[in-house]
Design a protein around this ligand. Structure first.
Ligand SMILES: Cc1ncc(COP(=O)(O)O)c(C=O)c1O
Length: 382
């Protein structure tokens, strides 16, 4: 059995899906692009997505000359609300993206039923939600397609990486056809990824976290290393050279290693999230609503703070691994939103949350240090 198939088999066990309906890519955004292309999305089409996402999502739509149509999020789930999706739907809508923000799925059945009633296809953005559940089944099983990310900060990591699950078998041929055009990652690229993974495993800790985050972002922007997003993906809507890239053997090997511990990691994430929820609730602060807990995979634990920048500075001093997703409705873009067809002022919930949200780490062994830090800075938390 090939290493790739072994990986797909391991993925299919967690996802309770068929390995022959799973496809691997260099990044999650490539998996999304492949799905949109297979559907036949093109000029004049509209794709609905939440106004609280990563810029690479609207990029994939724009690369195909279609128009991203944003909808506001619900402040509790941080996902697009059904009612807003219904209002944004027009006769040009060809596809609806359903995102599991920070690992949470909400209203998936309702959105899928609505889309079906209109003959619209659905893609679940499970880049934060691998291993989480929607009601009693794993995230990603209810839409026509779902895609996952295995980038550094994702539910499990292969450095960078993406997976597409094709639930609607009518599109398997189209995906296989598209995949024939995938560029093979070169030896240099794969080797660099392997070195970066080794570096991360050897040196990433509380003390080095902030140094690594800044240094890696700098190097990715300059294109010097295999980065999450190259500079041009953040500043323009032109597809970068070499975008449509397949997965490498390094990713299969790392993925197989990481998947062996996925259940333990999921359990730890939930336990840490419970500690954060209890802490925030008792102090009357915003916390993830209890109704969501059962299904949430808690990739990140969102908190709202008065002054993000100040809180980040304090976290860095205290060596707390804080995340800054999503600092804008199309993270990490902070200007020239019109290039992405976005008017942030039309999305009050997403604009408010992106001004105030930060994320607590859930993968840590012991939450005590984070809880002590929150205690010391409780007045900064909303
Ligand atoms: C919501 C969301 N969708 C898609 C992506 C793209 O995933 P990848 O970085 O694997 O391309 C990200 C990346 O962080 C994301 O946060």
């Amino acid at each position: 059995m090939s290493r790739e198939y072994e990986y797909r088999l391991a993925l299919s066990k967690t996802l309770q899906s068929n390995p022959d309906q799973l496809f691997c890519y260099w990044k999650g955004r490539v998996a999304l692009y492949a799905a949109l292309k297979a559907i036949g999305i093109g000029e004049g089409d509209e794709v609905i997505l939440p106004a609280f996402t990563c810029v690479v999502v609207p990029n994939a739509i724009i690369y195909l000359k279609a128009k991203p149509v944003y909808v506001d999020i619900d402040s509790d789930s941080l996902n697009a609300k059904l009612i807003n999706i219904q209002t944004a739907t027009t006769e040009k809508t060809k596809c609806i993206l359903i995102q599991n923000t920070f690992g949470l799925s909400s209203e998936v059945d309702e959105v899928v039923a609505f889309a079906k009633s209109k003959g619209i296809l659905t893609i679940e953005d499970c880049t934060h939600g691998f291993g989480g559940f929607y009601q009693n089944s794993p995230n990603g099983l209810r839409s026509d397609f779902a895609f996952f990310s295995t980038q550094w900060n994702k539910p499990f990591s292969t450095g960078v990486g993406g997976i597409l699950l094709v639930n609607n078998v009518a599109y398997l041929d189209a995906i296989n056809k598209e995949n024939k055009f995938l560029i093979k990652p070169g030896v240099k690229k794969s080797a660099m990824l392997k070195v970066l993974i080794g570096f991360k495993n050897a040196f990433l800790g509380d003390r080095t976290y902030w140094f690594f985050v800044k240094f890696y972002r700098f190097l990715s922007k300059t294109g010097l290393v295999v980065g999450s997003s190259s500079g041009t993906e953040i500043t323009s809507t032109v597809m970068p050279n070499g975008f449509f890239m397949g997965a490498s053997a390094v990713q299969f090997t790392e993925g197989l290693k990481a998947l062996r511990h996925i259940d333990k990691l999921m359990h730890r994430r939930k336990q840490n999230a419970d500690s954060f929820s209890n802490f925030l609730r008792v102090r009357g602060k915003t916390s993830v609503k209890e109704i969501f807990n059962e299904n949430h995979s808690f990739l990140k634990y969102p908190i709202l703070v008065n002054d993000r920048q100040l809180f980040i500075v304090k976290a860095e001093k205290a060596s707390i691994r804080l995340g800054d997703w999503f600092l804008s409705p199309i993270h990490p873009v902070e200007s020239e939103f019109e290039k992405w067809f976005l008017k942030p002022e039309n999305f009050p919930n997403a604009s408010y949350v992106s001004k105030h949200v930060l994320n607590l780490p859930t993968e840590i062994e012991n939450p005590e240090k984070v809880l002590a830090f929150l205690s010391q800075n409780i007045d900064d938390i909303l």
